[in-house]
Design a protein around this ligand. Sequence first.
Ligand code: SF4
Length: 232
Amino acid sequence: MKIHGFNKLTLLDYPGHLGATLFLGGCNFRCPFCQNAGLVLNPEAEPFIEDTEVLAYLKKRQGILEGVCVTGGEPTLFKDLPLFIENLKALGYLVKLDTNGSHPEMIRSLFESGLIDYVAMDIKSSPENYDKVIGCRNFSMDAIMESATYLMNCGVDYEFRTTVVKELHSESDFYRIGEWLHGCRQYFLQAYKDSENVIQAGFHSYSYEELEVFVQILKEQGIDAGIRGIDV
Ligand code: SF4
């Protein structure tokens, strides 16, 4: 497993908990609006942090930090992820997994082994537009559907979230997502934020008021939707 970033203190990444965040390199998607272009496209060029260094720091912070957020890139690509998380659990940490949902078997195995306490899964778009938004042609939705259904039924704490991009999403996507994920627990919309680190430049965000329209569409489908990470 390749750790390429370590945020030693975060109030934001793990809802309700003081935590740390680990960034793993590599991803099987190529979302053009991705904020971690370096981690996704060329992880080998990013700084590398030894597992032992991370675990030693977390051992010192036992009782102060409560949770560890494992993000990417896409963490579920790593076969040794369960082994690494076992070390975090041995230190007493809650573990949150951020995932694009493309490896349902890994999500299932982690939860059934008691290794994850919270999952944040990206819902990139409506099923019909997924391949456009993730930058991968002829993408099969089977794994994404399986992960979403599993999270909605397995009993783990979870959220779904969508980074909303003006050029990539429209009202019809949220009507379709509402039909698909009807009955899900929590759903957050996040406005796209431009930065120097995106895979493809030139995208824009919707306004808060425009995002509220999408939230309303989801709420009409019985989804507890909200907006996160935008200044009003
Ligand atoms: S946004 Fe997430 S899923 Fe998409 S390319 Fe970046 S790391 Fe991968």
